[in-house]
Design a protein around this ligand. Sequence first.
Ligand SMILES: *Cc1c(COP(=O)(O)O)cnc(C)c1O
Length: 357
Amino acid sequence: MIPVTKTFLPPIDEYLALVNRAYGNHWLTNRGELVKELEAKLVDYLKVSKITITNNGTVPLQIALKLLGNNGEIITTPFSYVATTAAIVWENCTPVFVDIHPDFLTIDESKIEAAITSKTTAILATHVFGNPCNVDAIASIAQKHNLKVIYDAAHSFGVSFNGKSIFEFGDVSTCSFHATKLFHTAEGGAMFCKDPELQHKLYYSHNFGHNGPLAFYGLGINGKISELQAAMGLAVFPYINHIIARRKEIVELYERFLIGSNFQLLKIRPNTEWNYSYYPVIFSSERELLQIISELNAKQIFPRRYFYPSLNTIPFSNGAPMQISESIASRILCLPLYTDLAKEDVIQICNTLLRKS
Ligand SMILES: *Cc1c(COP(=O)(O)O)cnc(C)c1O
């Protein structure tokens, strides 16, 4: 069976050695030494000014929206995982969708200004499949209209744009360390912020607002990650370059077969150092997509329709029609991509797509 993705598991003795440290410390959560060590390693690796690791990649979106959304209208993309829209609605803000660019699949910055009203407080956009949004254009729009910018960078571990970590863009950037993501802690995530004052608010918000054991800076919630999850992150960390390099090899193999075919492939924004996090293929029709899925399934290959459906169409989002996003969502398929995916399997997948076997 070939799934769309397979969690990278470090050698179990390496993981258990780290779990043993948590046991030795008799300390399982509340930002113990393993969490702090993982944060230090990630700041260094990602070349970011600051990181706060969290319990998943959704809570940091909620915290950012709580602090910056002000119960207003949030301009957002319909082409993302449901967490992006759900966090907006959950935090009592209103999603206002703006359609996506047909090649980059990120929010179409040229359509943002038309969606701004007096109630707009922020823009929440996703770097889809690790492909950066047009961050410079979005920054100018936000500055002109006095809006905050939050990036759902759940897919963007290790991505840089114009030589800078993608997490350094926007007022707040978030990431997911879920087991299906490129770097993982089983469940986990992070938030990034360059402004020390806002960073401090984000930080205490994820720890019940605590200012030491007996006092409080303000309102907070529980967004803390445990030592056991940090142990998994520390065990995966030494393999991160290997993980990215293997994915690059597989993506290049897919490209060898599929570039020049009739399928539309993801266009990466220029000046991006990408992380090879997903390999989406866009078919000419939903019918063709469903046909290919059933042929792959017959060979025990299980790609995933991702993202589907377009988020403006889900029951709680009250979205206006989004022509491009709905069209892409109905035709896009993410092909299997993980470190130990065999070359022969990639070839078999491509041959099926190209109707060569
Ligand atoms: C995975 C994902 C999330 C949510 O992350 P969790 O760690 O599962 O909470 C949010 N947004 C996008 C785009 C994602 O892919």
